[in-house]
Design a protein around this ligand. Structure first.
Ligand code: ADP
Ligand code: MG
Length: 593
């Protein structure tokens, strides 16, 4: 007799559960997705002890008849695909038919459901995947799925669950994220019998954002709306001031399915390059809608990672559009804003370590009128009424740097200048770097840079690696005004340097440049080559430093040149070039208003 035996279904399901159901939030995700697939307009989620002892999801969707209710706990039981072609055109969130069976295998389930063709509902109780009882019971159309004692029969998995607090946060995140893609559905979350989230249905994402903990973003968001070649890109991206120290504020959805996508994230990074500080990440919520046949959602059991066919084109579109809009925006931080950021009390910085402050959120829920339980698509956002549309939806795409009078230098490092709005303080070094950076970039693009010949050509002996980098960038260095000859044996002679770099030591400049590129390599993988060269050279050029006295003419020249740049707000490394204080800020602080 052979050694191979086919595993019984209850063991197969237990194994499958390990892939799909990692923790309580995975249960919440699957149950909520089922409710959405069943066309619910209201979903209520209750959890106890971080979902470890109870998760209950109640919806008002289509519900199931008795036959389906009995089938749905079995593995590969799905109403969403009928044949193999359906797998590639899938529009629903679920389709593998393994969520409920996996959950049931590792918990106790109480399912109560009714569809509109049935008089009475069906109640099914199961333990560890085995059906214990089936009864008829009165219930409204819809489904209630109650999961208790998760992982009761897989103690090893149970032991590895995180703290209640961490599980709560993870569940909250699943609900908030999902709710952003389904604004026409009302969501409620009860944690240990207290109402924590109360998101009424709303017509638009911005209102949903106001209900969630993302509400602070609203005044920084710029709309994204691109439609072409069967692809729709919608959503919002934030002005550069709102960058964060990790990628947690980048939300991507493909056909309403929340996904993680490093390529999309890199595309954003590229679009914001030079506008946000290094190791900061842009904030954006992007919805991609595309033909389901070009998305492969099968590569990951929880469908969190997907593969896209025309990823490159999509990324390019995002970069081009986002960059274009960002370049038109006013990014200068207000002095008061900078101050609060510096103190680390900023909402977003706090939320990095603790994404959901339940107390704070609950206070907010309490303060709002409770919308009627039965409201179906009629609820309005009460927060909306408080603020007028324009104030709340602040999209300032006007570039503003218009200096009226330069007022002088502070500590020989900063320039004070009056503007139409109030006054600004310019960091003279950062500003000069921005100017030189853009000059270099323009000359790289036009290939018409002026050079100054060296009286004595400099000969430079390089290492193999340095020589390789130099060879790779030779065309760009020549375009920017260098004259370099390869003498062989990793030795080069520099005969001329770019005029706009000022009087610099050619050898040092070139070595610094090569090391700058070497250092940056790998850190910013999608760096544009020209921009990278311009950035590195601007950084090594003779820009005015701090503690350098400037004459009134030099100050005027600097301001004029900064005004003429395409994007005057940050230095090439993403630090601000100037900060502003408006007259209205002043009036507020002197208690005149
Ligand atoms: P999948 O969602 O991949 O089809 P599941 O195991 O999550 O697999 O669910 C199995 C089936 O049970 C679904 O295809 C659906 O027909 C039914 N079902 C599950 N939850 C609900 C619900 N809340 N409302 C209506 N039908 C449901
Ligand atoms: Mg499902």
């Amino acid at each position: 007799m052979g050694n191979i035996g086919v595993l019984p279904e209850h063991i197969v399901n237990k194994i499958a559960a390990g892939e799909v159901i990692e923790r309580p939030s995975s249960v919440v995700k699957e149950l909520v997705e089922n409710s959405l697939d069943a066309n619910s307009s209201m979903i209520s989620i209750s959890i106890k002890h971080g979902g470890k002892s109870l998760i209950k999801v109640v919806d008002n969707g289509t519900g199931m008849d008795k036959e389906d209710a009995l089938l749905c706990l079995k593995s590969h039981a799905t109403s969403k695909i009928k044949n193999s072609d359906d797998i590639f055109t899938i529009n629903s969130l679920g389709f593998r038919g393994e969520a409920l069976s996996s959950i049931a295998a590792v918990s106790r389930v109480a399912l109560l459901t009714r569809n509109s063709s049935q008089q009475a509902g069906t109640e099914i109780e199961a333990t560890g995947g085995k059906i214990k009882s089936v009864k008829e019971k009165g219930t409204p159309v819809g489904t209630s799925t109650e999961i208790s004692d998760l992982f009761f029969n897989t103690p090893a998995r149970k032991k590895f669950l995180k703290s209640e607090r961490a599980e709560n946060a993870s569940i909250a995140e699943v609900i908030t994220t999902t709710s952003l893609a389904h604004t026409h559905v009302a969501f409620k979350l009860y944690k240990d019998d207290r109402l924590i989230f109360d998101y009424p249905t709303c017509p638009h994402l911005k209102e949903r954002l106001l209900s969630t903990h993302y509400h602070e973003w609203v005044k920084y968001l710029l709309p994204l709306d691109i439609k072409s070649d069967g692809l729709t890109l919608r959503g919002y991206f934030a002005k550069a001031e709102l960058s964060r120290i990790n990628r947690s504020a980048q939300l991507f959805f493909i056909n309403k399915r929340p996904v993680k996508s490093l390529p999309l994230s890199y595309a954003l990074q590229r679009a914001y390059q030079g506008l946000i500080p290094q190791r900061h990440f842009p904030v954006a919520i992007i919805f991609l809608e595309l033909d389901p046949t070009v998305v492969d959602v099968n590569i990951h059991p929880t469908k969190r990672e997907v593969r896209l066919q025309n990823e490159k084109t999509i990324c390019e579109k995002i970069v081009r559009h986002v960059r274009e809009v960002l370049y038109k925006c006013d990014h200068s931080p207000s002095i008061f804003h900078t101050y609060s950021l510096g103190k680390g009390k900023n909402y977003y910085q706090k939320s990095v370590s603790e994404p959901f402050d339940f107390k704070e959120i609950q206070e907010k829920v309490k303060g709002r009128d409770v919308y009627p339980e039965t409201a179906k698509g009629t609820a309005t956002s009460h927060q909306m009424a408080k603020e007028p549309e324009e104030a709340m939806w602040f999209v300032d795409t006007e570039k503003k740097l218009k200096v009226i009078t330069p007022l002088g230098q502070i500590r020989e490092s900063y320039i004070l200048a009056e503007t139409e709005e109030g006054f600004i303080i310019i960091d003279q070094h950062a500003a000069h770097e921005r100017i030189i950076f853009e000059e270099i970039l323009t000359s790289l693009e036009r290939g018409t840079a002026a050079s100054q010949a060296l009286l004595l050509p400099a000969t430079i002996q390089l290492s193999f690696k340095e020589a390789q980098i130099l060879e790779e960038h030779l065309d760009l260095l020549i375009a920017v005004g260098f004259s370099i000859t390869n003498l062989g044996n990793n030795t080069f002679s520099v005969d001329a340097t770019p005029t706009l770099m000022g009087n610099v030591e050619a050898k040092d400049l070139l070595l610094d440049f090569l090391h700058g590129i070497l250092e940056g390599k790998g850190k910013v993988p999608l760096n544009d080559r020209k921009e990278n060269v311009a950035k590195t050279l601007a950084c090594k050029s003779r820009a005015i430093k701090a503690n350098e006295k400037m004459s009134p003419e030099e100050i005027e020249y600097l301001i004029n040149s900064l005004e003429k740049t395409k994007q005057p707000f940050t230095c090439p490394h993403g630090r601000p070039t100037f900060i502003k204080l408006t007259i209205s800020d002043l009036e507020k602080h002197f208690k005149r208003k």
